[in-house]
Design a protein around this ligand. Sequence first.
Ligand SMILES: *[C@@H]1O[C@H](CO)[C@@H](O)[C@H](O)[C@H]1NC(C)=O
Ligand SMILES: *[C@@H]1O[C@H](CO)[C@@H](O)[C@H](O)[C@H]1NC(C)=O
Ligand SMILES: *[C@@H]1O[C@H](CO)[C@@H](O)[C@H](O)[C@H]1NC(C)=O
Ligand SMILES: *[C@@H]1O[C@H](CO)[C@@H](O)[C@H](O)[C@H]1NC(C)=O
Ligand SMILES: *[C@@H]1O[C@H](CO)[C@@H](O)[C@H](O)[C@H]1NC(C)=O
Ligand SMILES: *[C@@H]1O[C@H](CO)[C@@H](O)[C@H](O)[C@H]1NC(C)=O
Length: 384
Amino acid sequence: MHFFIVLCMISLYLCSDVFSECNIPSVLLEYTVANCKDKGLTSVPTNLPPDIKELDLSYNRLSRLDANVFLRYEYLEHLMLDNNVIRVLNKTAFISLSLLKYLSLSNNYLNVSDPYPSGVFRSLKNLLILDISRNMNTSEYNPYRIPVGELCNMREMSIDLVLNATFGQQFKNLHNLQNLRFDYCHVKILYNETFSDMPENIKEFHMTTCKAFVVIEIGVLIPFPHLKVLNFTNSNIHLTQALKILHPFQHKSMDAILFRGITRSNIERDLDVVVLTLEMMKYISTICIKTLDLADNQIVSVRNKALISFKHPNCFEYIMLSSNSFSLTTWGVNLFWFVFTMQKIKMIDFSYFPLRFKTPVFLDVVRVNNHTIIQRLQYQGRWG
Ligand SMILES: *[C@@H]1O[C@H](CO)[C@@H](O)[C@H](O)[C@H]1NC(C)=O
Ligand SMILES: *[C@@H]1O[C@H](CO)[C@@H](O)[C@H](O)[C@H]1NC(C)=O
Ligand SMILES: *[C@@H]1O[C@H](CO)[C@@H](O)[C@H](O)[C@H]1NC(C)=O
Ligand SMILES: *[C@@H]1O[C@H](CO)[C@@H](O)[C@H](O)[C@H]1NC(C)=O
Ligand SMILES: *[C@@H]1O[C@H](CO)[C@@H](O)[C@H](O)[C@H]1NC(C)=O
Ligand SMILES: *[C@@H]1O[C@H](CO)[C@@H](O)[C@H](O)[C@H]1NC(C)=O
């Protein structure tokens, strides 16, 4: 008897301990959020209130997700598992999470080729946002075997871009995918076919962490005819290439073309500083653009007033040209008059010419609820 009581007390103690490791604020005796961030956990707690809607298990030491680990938490809408060391997912790990809207698995060791068993996402019928970026930290060649096709309602996906990426037909099923974000970029060449398996309804494309130079075939964006936001900020692709792949968007409208800091000299490819010509501007100049960011691109000269060749100046709201070094001496007046024709313009950032300042304050473009807004930020720059 005595022994039994002691055991029970120990287990009670353990229960309350695990429970108390997570911070569960109660609002009118309703428990909706369990914050278990950075608690050194090696397994998913099994005794949290079953009606929680949000479970934050980020920054722990989870290494695997076994069968049915979230079965108890069928009301979950947000599940954060980022910054763990997860390598293994059981096929039924996410079973019962049919209300889940947001799942983050970024910064783990999940291989897009292997550890996602077929069926693992099948319960996640309502998932809108999946973040599985920053898992592939090596640049080996891998076909994507991850069964994303099971996530038929997904709107936003963040994923790594591996060397010789071949996506596969399962991506074609993502009929609702609008926002595609690549974080960790290992590609060296983007072929015309690289994104041909992607659904064509994508509106936002972000590829911003390619540190090694990427060769880009000029048809690479043809699979995305409905793009509204193209964000290459800080990727090493050179402005000359970036302007060449815009031909699918000629005579269309776009919310933002963000080409900040994408130009580094590449002797091997015979690419150096940028001399803008009318030929280079021939696609972009036909697009109706709300926000254009060409800042920090080593533009040293503009020939034939190429920068005022835009056919739809009345579309512009924000233009960033700062931290380049071209001279305006021969066409400054033309630019001035051109700006006058921009009826909706809210801001042109033309600062930091031609000197490179040490810590320039840049205006940054951010998207909030599908709208573009501008913030003042201390720009870390591509070398930062
Ligand atoms: C998933 O878990 C079940 C039950 O524990 C087990 O039988 C199965 O082998 C596991 N599958 C994988 C792929 O780990
Ligand atoms: C991913 O899986 C593939 C195929 O099994 C393997 O060749 C590769 O080494 C793995 N990569 C990582 C980063 O684990
Ligand atoms: C990749 O992950 C391994 C651990 O699996 C680590 O030792 C290595 O430093 C990482 N490499 C990079 C480039 O982050
Ligand atoms: C991957 O691409 C490189 C060039 O970037 C090429 O040499 C190599 O053969 C490709 N590997 C595979 C498996 O296709
Ligand atoms: C890529 O597509 C473009 C546009 O359709 C085409 O002009 C070019 O020849 C293609 N390149 C290759 C290597 O197939
Ligand atoms: C463009 O990408 C950068 C770097 O990832 C990011 O900080 C920025 O928010 C993105 N811009 C928009 C408008 O989403």
